[in-house]
Design a protein around this ligand. Structure first.
Ligand SMILES: [Zn+2]
Length: 493
């Protein structure tokens, strides 16, 4: 039998006609399972819950079911022994095109197939478990009234510190600390398993337990130090700037994003990693020559000790205006040749030259603007929030903000995230084309080597990769590069 019944459908519909329910009676219930909107109850196996909480749980469960279906499809692909013949043939063509005839990528990739499948399978099993864990945690959090409980804890602590009702912003910062600690505690078992069991089993983890604990403590302290003042400012804006608050909140997020983009790599990352200047030599001078050939204002080149935590490899760029830096992981330097590093940087520089970085920044800012505007529309609909166990006459601003951003905004967020994933994948193809257009001949071999070293997936389910992959599957990417190289060589002739 269908497990829930909407008792009075006529009252469900006005729920989303925002701002119309201000005359609803206050919620007198004390039992968490009886917290309702009083304009509409939904009964689940005899338990009554408010409609907005019901809608949120229904959406969360639906997303879980959809993503589980994708995970199971991917799991099926990763469990099968069928060889990735398409990838083998594309990689075989890279070997054949090597003028020195030394390239042997096809046999390397064939040798790693079994390990790559095993790593992928362990990751997808872990992902299924994590999502299930997250679902139980999230729904349990709502149904057991963890939000009002933590809010009461923060208020009681505030009372002991001599704070009054007027100190809502201070209590909110305390609530933020408690929420973060709570999330960290519930996520800790997963994080330990992923680092010390899953990654270790496949030879990637280099983090020691001491470093793990130090990282966690440092990240938490930084979250509180940076997050609390920004949060306090945001709440102050929402509470005091009237109807157009979303414009001020948007401006705050803009300033915050720009500040973080500047200070994160320059001041925060060095807390966790050692940044050494790239030594003088052939690699440094060729990177500088490459940067100046496309007018990239490179000011500093670093090597970072990524190997301290993991043997996965990476490279990135950061900085504003005329002050840009490139960072190479020490792990990357061990996995590929200097020529291949240049080709990979050609790809990264492509993201800059083709304005992908700028477009991403603008899109993120528009996203913040839309989210705050949406929140503004729901600001006077306390009945939506009271279903989560708060007195509808005094919903703390932070609570409504969290409930809106985490839950009510979630359906739109899912759609936007999916569109952005598609856009990122397209940007990857364009950045590859850019690198090849610069005359780089080793992008294919460089990427294949990194893929082998990182035990990246050699096969993927079409639906799963479309939904989840920010980078196109390797075979598709290499194929597109081969076509681009042919076109480039043809043009040169
Ligand atoms: Zn890229």
């Amino acid at each position: 039998m269908w497990p829930f019944v909407v008792e009075d459908l006529s009252s469900v519909l006005p729920l989303y006609a925002l701002g119309t329910a201000t005359s609803l009676p206050a919620c007198p219930a004390t039992n968490p399972l009886e917290w309702t909107n009083y304009d509409c109850n939904v009964t689940l196996y005899g338990y009554s819950i408010g409609f907005s909480m019901f809608a949120v749980i229904a959406f969360t469960v639906s997303v879980f079911a959809f993503e589980l279906m994708l995970d199971l499809r991917q799991r099926f692909v990763l469990s099968s022994d069928e060889q990735p013949t398409k990838l083998y043939s594309v990689v075989g063509a890279i070997d054949a095109s090597d003028p020195t005839k030394k390239s042997n990528l096809k046999s390397e990739i064939m040798a790693k197939f079994v390990s790559s499948q095993a790593y992928g399978l362990d990751k997808i099993n872990f992902s299924v478990f994590s999502q299930f864990y997250g679902l139980i945690e999230g729904c349990g959090f709502m149904l057991l009234g963890a939000y009002p409980y933590l809010w009461k804890m923060a208020s009681d602590l505030g009372l002991k510190l001599g704070w009054t009702e007027a100190d809502e912003i201070k209590v909110s910062c305390l609530f933020f600390v408690l929420m973060t600690l709570c999330g960290e505690a519930t996520g800790l078992p997963l994080s330990i398993y992923s680092t010390f069991f899953l990654e270790k089993k496949h030879g990637f983890n280099k983090t020691t337990p001491q470093l793990f604990v130090k990282d966690k403590i440092q990240s938490l302290v930084l979250t509180f130090l940076i997050g609390s003042p920004v949060l306090a400012l945001l709440l102050y804006i929402v509470k005091s700037t009237g109807k157009l608050f979303y414009l001020y909140a948007w401006a705050l997020m803009f300033v915050f994003s720009v500040t973080m983009m500047t200070i994160y790599p320059a001041f925060i990352m060095p807390i966790f990693n050692k940044f050494d200047p790239l030594p003088e030599g052939e690699l440094k001078s060729s990177i500088e020559a490459l940067a100046s050939s496309i007018n990239y204002p490179l000011t500093k080149l670093f090597i970072i000790d990524g190997s301290k935590r993991s043997s996965h490899s990476n490279a990135f760029m950061f900085g504003f205006g005329k002050n840009k830096r490139i960072v190479l992981f020490d792990t990357l330097m061990k996995q590929v040749t200097n020529d291949e590093i240049l080709s990979i940087l050609g790809h990264e520089l492509g993201h800059w030259a083709l304005s992908h970085t700028l477009v991403n920044f603008v899109v993120t800012q528009l996203y913040f603007g839309a989210a705050f505007f949406g929140y503004g529309l729901c600001l006077n609909t306390n009945y939506l929030y009271s279903a989560f166990g708060f007195d509808r006459d005094s919903i703390p601003t932070l609570v409504s903000l969290i409930l809106f951003m985490f839950y009510f905004w979630a359906p739109l967020d899912k759609v936007i995230s999916f569109l952005l994933t598609i856009n990122t994948r397209m940007a990857e193809f364009s950045a590859d084309r850019y690198s090849i257009g610069l005359g780089m001949k080793t992008l294919q071999s460089g990427l294949t080597k990194i893929h082998i070293e990182n035990l990246g997936s050699m096969k993927s389910d079409k639906w799963y990769s479309t939904y989840h992959y920010s980078h196109p599957p390797l075979a598709e990417r290499l194929e597109a590069m081969a076509v681009e190289e042919m076109a480039f060589n043809y043009k040169k002739k």
